[in-house]
Design a protein around this ligand. Structure first.
Ligand code: DPM
Length: 378
């Protein structure tokens, strides 16, 4: 096996991405003091298109494509992601070598300074809540039909500025994990429980992507693969994969590993939140979740579950149970009206993508027409 003394790590340039990358590097450094790590940061398409809602851009791997190309070209050895931003199908040859212990998976409310100390329940009719997540808007519209939900985009720093300075939003909704990582826990007014807003698949978990043909990096990463998180995320991602969902549809999840059992609740909602369906499945995990025999690795790399590999700490048999639970919840949903709700939501976002593109094209043409003619005779 090829060994390395310097490991090259790709990262997006945003503050949150760099914080996450450094968290993983610091853990690996503690366990491997002889290794050094070099961070190579780059902008992704998602960082460049900050004006449109994520769901309206119509591409799946917005925040990952450039980084995955660097992995394929061996310019970097691994890339740290928020797992919820990683599509359930990864490019050929790449996989998730580890998932780090999950932070809070829940969503949190950040109030405009004039509403400090309040909860969503306290806000008046017509209050504007900023979120570009269809999932958050749909679920919150069920509980709070008297609010308006409007897009807010940009990285976390930009959103805070828009919230505090624009006086448009009464509150915004963000992942609690991101707020903690950025050092802003004191801005959290309320954490939303599962009965108010179930979280996104894999929210709060950081994943590390690498090449399936790189045993050195795979074995390095397996040191920080967190069994309970892996079990939950395999179930959640298998669920989302079966529904063929992404950030373009309101799909949400809630999972637990308790008393040797794994349970998963999954929800599908219409864009306006008026329709929704929730299903649940539970199964026993193997008595020991550890891998007892060294897995045989095929020439195509290790076996994966929705892109995630096993390790000595979490066996293939365990991940098979997790995958089954995920598929079961998806199948239960697809046998109900959820199938149609999902199809309609997908069609609605697809239409919004086309409308957004037409708007952009029209703006571009208008700008072109207004440009002074370079070779015009005046
Ligand atoms: C995805 C969504 C959002 C991010 C959609 C969703 C939120 C978009 C928005 C798939 N990715 O959650 O329904 O509110 O406009 C993202 C964040 C984090 C990872 C920030 C956030 C940090 C937390 C984590 C953006 N991706 O959700 O507030 O590691 O899970």
């Amino acid at each position: 096996m090829e060994t390395k003394s310097v490991v090259k790590v790709g990262s997006r340039k945003s503050q949150l991405a760099l914080i996450q990358t450094n968290t993983i590097i610091n853990q690996l450094k503690k366990l491997n003091p002889n290794l050094s790590f070099e961070v190579i940061s780059m902008q992704t398409t998602g960082d460049k298109v900050l004006d449109a809602a994520l769901s309206k851009i119509g591409e799946k791997n917005l925040f990952t494509r450039e980084l995955e190309l660097a992995l394929e070209k061996k310019e970097v050895d691994f890339v740290v992601h928020s797992l919820k931003d990683l599509p359930t199908a990864l490019p050929e040859g790449l996989l998730i070598g580890c998932i780090y212990k999950r932070d809070s998976p829940y969503d949190a409310v950040v109030m405009h300074p004039s509403n400090a100390g309040k909860k969503l329940e306290d806000l008046p009719e017509g209050s504007v809540i900023g979120t570009s997540s269809l999932r958050r808007a749909a679920q919150l519209a069920r509980k709070f039909p008297h609010f308006k939900f409007e897009n807010i985009r940009g990285n976390l720093n930009t959103r805070f500025r828009k919230l505090d300075e624009d006086n448009k939003y009464s509150a915004i909704i963000l992942a609690e994990a991101g707020l903690h990582r950025m050092g802003w826990p004191d801005r959290i007014s309320q954490v939303l429980d599962k009965d108010t807003c179930m979280y996104a698949v894999s929210q709060g978990a950081m994943a590390v992507e690498c090449r399936n043909s790189d045993p050195f990096t795979l074995s390095l990463l397996s040191q920080i693969h967190h069994p309970e998180t892996v079990i939950q995320c395999v179930a959640e991602r298998a669920f989302l994969k079966k529904l063929e969902g992404g950030c373009s549809v309101p799909v949400s999840a809630f999972s637990e590993v308790k008393d040797g059992k794994l349970s998963l609740t999954g929800g599908v909602f219409s864009i306006d939140g008026k329709q929704g369906r929730i299903e649940y499945a539970c199964d026993s995990l193997p008595e020991s979740i550890e891998e007892k025999e060294k897995p045989t690795v095929s020439p195509n790399g290790p076996r994966e579950f929705a892109g995630i590999v096993g390790s000595e700490k979490v066996s293939i048999a365990t991940l098979e149970v997790a995958q089954r639970v995920g598929l079961q919840v998806a199948e239960l949903l697809l046998n109900t009206e959820a199938k149609e709700i999902l199809a309609n939501a997908k069609a609605e976002t697809a239409a919004a993508v086309i409308a957004e593109k037409q708007k952009k094209d029209a703006e571009k043409m208008k700008k072109e027409a207004e440009k002074p003619q370079a070779n015009g005779i005046s």
